[in-house]
Design a protein around this ligand. Structure first.
Ligand code: IMP
Length: 424
């Protein structure tokens, strides 16, 4: 069966883009299935760095058709800017397809995301303020505008007028903001964006299923991650879509039985941006070392990421929820100078031991990790390309993680470049 899913198993920024880019060499299609331009994938090819937010990383491979699936929320201006930037650097984007069923991010979504975060104050979620949550809410309440509406100016305007009336009331009466103009929005979306996006709009459900039927190889690329999933994450500190494997099915329209591999990407330590519980978070010099060595600042927003030790409890849960077949462990080299490396194997909460994630969020907020300690390898892994060249301490760490997760770690990243990885 020709379909592989690549997804994040932690709180995002695991390095999914690197794996997707690597696997794209053997793929015919690379498909984004959820999220929007809240994602940020960095890929380094021949020393040149590409930061992508919406367009699937596979675009860099000329044999790949990149697809933005129906589960994604699309900010048209960002999409156009990304196409223009890639083209300016010599990357051909003409193969890109965008689902007509995907929803559009509108200016009022961004405005509402901003004012709501401000209104929540110290209880804010720490969103990327890109309008993601408001766009998915409109999808769920059935007042969203879809990419295909760009093809029909009359329908677009009718829908916009209805929804904007309500949004303007909220903006003006609740948040004391100026109302937005329907004419200006329509002028931008229909006048500027539609002509650029129209040629890309496709029936991606048919396209992808035909591809599966004719034996083509497909990679479904998740954005964000398991513990930012609207259903399975640390709610409410989550994103508004389903980055987990189930989201790949609904976000593309490809049937369950076609999936052959589900690769979970996990950082060799842990990071999180924004608010929410994080039991293994470090506030000491080790945490700072992880930030510095791992360049732990958001690709997109530039925010400093929170850092901590690897949490095997989370990974066990991610393995179950996603039916993982493999784990790709990234950024192992970041741990090179550490004398000691720790892994959380369970939690202590209110005097009780937990070997799985407590379902009650209030308990999880109080979780104190139970650690297993490993001696560090204290040597440079960045040039290692073979399993047999890995120091025994690093191998011991990898093997312990496989055992804890219950899914084999089959690849390990040892640096940002495409070729810096080791097959285990
Ligand atoms: P939103 O997706 O902008 O609504 O933000 C909701 C939460 O998801 C916040 O905690 C964000 O920091 C987090 N988030 C969204 N996208 C990413 C990502 O690509 N990497 C890591 N965290 C993310």
């Amino acid at each position: 069966m020709p379909v592989t899913i690549v997804l994040g198993t932690q709180w995002g920024d695991e390095g999914k883009g690197k794996l997707t880019d690597l696997l794209a060499a053997d793929m015919d299609f690379v498909v984004r299935y959820q999220g929007g331009h809240n994602a940020g994938h960095t890929i380094v090819v021949d020393g040149e760095s590409f930061a992508l937010q919406l367009i699937p990383s596979g675009v860099l491979n000329p044999a790949v058709t990149p697809v933005i699936g129906n589960g994604v929320v699309v900010e048209p201006q960002v999409l156009i800017e990304e196409i223009d930037q890639l083209e300016a650097r010599g990357v051909d984007t003409s193969r890109l397809k965008v689902s007509g069923q995907a929803h559009l991010i509108m200016p009022y979504h961004v405005e509402i995301d901003r004012v709501t975060e401000r209104y929540l104050g110290k209880n804010s979620l720490g969103t990327t303020k890109r309008g993601i949550g408001p766009a998915y809410s409109d999808k769920a309440t059935r007042v969203g505008l879809r990419v295909q509406d760009l093809l029909d100016p009359k329908i677009f305007r009718e829908k916009l007028d209805v929804v904007l009336k309500e949004k303007n009331l909220i903006l003006a009466k609740v948040y004391n903001r100026l109302p937005l103009s329907a004419d200006e929005i329509a002028k931008k979306y229909l006048g500027e964006y539609a002509p650029r996006i129209e040629p890309l709009i496709s029936d991606t459900v048919a396209l992808l299923n035909d591809a599966v039927d004719s034996g083509k190889r497909l990679l479904l690329e998740g954005a964000q991650a398991t513990f930012l999933d609207l259903d399975h994450g640390t709610y409410p500190f989550v994103t508004s879509s389903n980055p987990t494997a189930g989201g790949a099915i609904t976000g593309t329209g490809i049937g369950l039985r076609n999936i052959s591999k589900i690769i979970g990407v996990a950082k060799a330590y842990l990071t999180r941006v924004g608010s929410g519980p994080f039991p293994t978070e470090l506030f000491d010099e080790y945490g700072t070392m992880l930030v510095d060595r791992g360049h732990e600042y958001g690709t997109n927003t530039g925010r400093r990421r929170r850092t901590g030790w690897f949490d095997a409890v989370l990974l066990r849960q991610a393995a179950r929820i996603n039916s993982l077949t493999d784990v790709f462990l990234t950024k192992l080299d970041v741990l090179d100078p550490f004398e000691v490396v720790k892994v959380a194997v369970g939690y202590q909460c209110d005097g009780e031991r937990y070997d799985s994630v407590p379902y009650h969020q209030s308990v999880f907020h109080k979780a104190v990790p139970i650690y297993k300690e490993f001696p560090g390898w204290q040597c440079d892994l960045s040039d290692v390309r073979k399993r047999s060249d890995l120091p025994k301490q690093a191998l011991e760490y990898i093997e312990f993680l496989s055992e804890q997760i219950g899914v084999p770690v089959t690849m390990v990243g040892v640096g940002p470049s495409r070729n810096q990885y080791v097959e285990i």
